[in-house]
Ligand binder design. Structure first.
Ligand code: URA
Length: 434
């Protein structure tokens, strides 16, 4: 088999066989096919697309390129949760202890990734001492004992995706539905969960900005999961404005803690309840969504979810003094108030622009080796639909460098669209795919 023939075939719009896809994934992972040829193939796939069968072959080949995690020793039905990513998405941090408090075992492996802020692991590491590098036995024992653990993905989990994703990132081939679906699902399937809840984002801060594309991605991933005998449900949720108010690692931890304490932003709380209810249902801990939602409300209002969170932080080496008093968590040196320059209703807070403004401050990782500043970020003071007058604070910029504060503010003000008429508000949840 020759890679050039595979490139030619896809360039001409023909269907690739399982053997051809297996060959490409295996030989590329081994370093026997150069980046330039796989780049050409990715671009051919981008334009000619993969059908459902080819996407399934690619997912399986990638899944089998490394270790398949064995969670058989974790008691109960293990339900994983995955978000396709967005700005201010700290859902996992609140959700994992909430569903654990409802009896669902959460054995979660997260990645760090590139993005406007760090990933779940970086956010958790804002808590001094928190350790995301447990051994397999420590991980499994912790889930059996307190129902929740979140650790970094093992280095050998889907090595094919590590190489392919990095290549897609620099060849403008990330936003292809089949490539995203196979990348995400290969990692979910290799992570060993019995069932999966996907939170597919849509809007200006998501991979899929168009609602129809988001549904298509959701359907593709649900089909892959179901065909691999994992019950899979996808929720399509809004990412046209940031989720919650806080964007930045430590700032997001504080907001997640707020949710666990029964406070926190309405949108974040609602998303935790909807995604969590599906997780509880797939884990067979409730008979219907209504009952599952009530279980979540009870876990929060009784304080059980918060005490599971504290136990989880403590078990992974985190200092819970910082959880009992979140004011002790790392803080940026300066807070700049970004003010409205006109009066009217907020029609849009462009999520991607907010993310870039946080990135300017150092909250995110541009390259995989970039060092991120856990204390900086943006805290919105207003959300879409709010009315503001000239001089009202739109957002607070938490920064450690005044030059970066200025650059971030210049970018950030462009995220807001303020108009005279009352805007139509987008729903938080657009639908569910089962
Ligand atoms: N997240 C992934 O893991 N892979 C993609 O391709 C896109 C988002």
């Amino acid at each position: 088999m020759r890679i050039i023939d595979i490139i030619l075939k896809k360039r001409n719009g023909e269907k690739l066989s399982r053997e051809e896809i297996d060959y490409m994934v295996r030989e590329y992972t081994l370093g026997n096919i150069p980046d330039y040829q796989v780049s050409a193939l990715l671009m051919a796939i981008y334009f000619q697309k993969l059908d459902d069968e080819e996407t399934a072959y690619l997912t399986e080949s990638m899944m089998n390129s490394g270790e398949i995690v064995d969670l058989r020793h974790v008691e109960g039905i293990k339900v994983d949760k995955h978000s396709t990513g967005g700005v201010g998405d700290k859902t996992t941090i609140a959700l994992a202890p909430i569903v654990a408090a409802c009896g669902v075992p959460v054995a979660k492996m997260s990645g760090r990734g590139l993005g406007h802020t760090g990933g779940t692991l970086d956010k958790l590491e804002s808590i001094p001492g928190f350790n995301v590098n447990l051994t397999k036995d420590e991980f499994i024992n912790q889930v059996n004992e307190i129902k929740v653990s979140v650790i970094g993905q093992t280095s050998n989990l889907v090595p094919a995706d590590k190489k392919l994703y990095a290549l897609r990132d620099v060849t403008a081939t990330v936003d292809n539905i089949s490539l995203i679906a196979s990348s995400i699902m290969s990692k979910k399937l290799a992570s060993g969960a019995d069932a999966i809840v996907l939170d597919v984002k849509t809007g200006s801060g998501a991979f899929m900005q168009d609602i129809n594309d988001s549904f298509e991605l959701a359907k593709e991933m649900v089909q892959i999961g179901t065909n691999m005998n994992r019950e899979t449900v996808a929720i399509i949720s809004d990412m046209d404005q940031p989720l919650g108010y806080a964007v930045g690692n430590c700032l997001e931890i504080k907001e997640a803690i707020d949710v666990l304490l029964g406070r926190g932003p309405e949108d974040l709380k609602e998303l935790c309840i909807v995604v969590g209810a599906h997780m509880i249902l797939l884990a067979k801990k409730a008979d219907d969504l209504g009952q599952a939602k009530a279980m979540i409300e009870e876990a929060i209002s009784s304080g059980k979810a918060f005490s599971v969170f504290k136990e989880f932080v403590e078990r992974q080496g985190g200092d819970i003094t910082f959880i009992d008093n979140i004011e002790l968590l790392p803080k940026a040196k300066e807070i700049y108030a970004l003010r409205a320059t006109k009066r009217g209703y907020i029609h849009k807070i462009h999520a991607n622009t907010v993310g870039l403004s946080a990135m300017i401050l150092g909250a995110g990782r541009e390259h995989k080796d970039s060092i991120i500043d856990l204390s900086v970020g943006i805290v919105l003071n207003k959300k879409c639909g709010d009315f503001v007058t000239e001089g009202d604070v739109l957002a607070y910029i938490h920064s450690n460098n005044s030059i970066l504060t200025e650059q971030s503010a210049t970018k950030m003000i462009t995220a807001f669209k303020i108009e005279q008429n009352i805007p139509e508000i987008r729903p938080l949840i657009f639908g569910t795919v089962t």
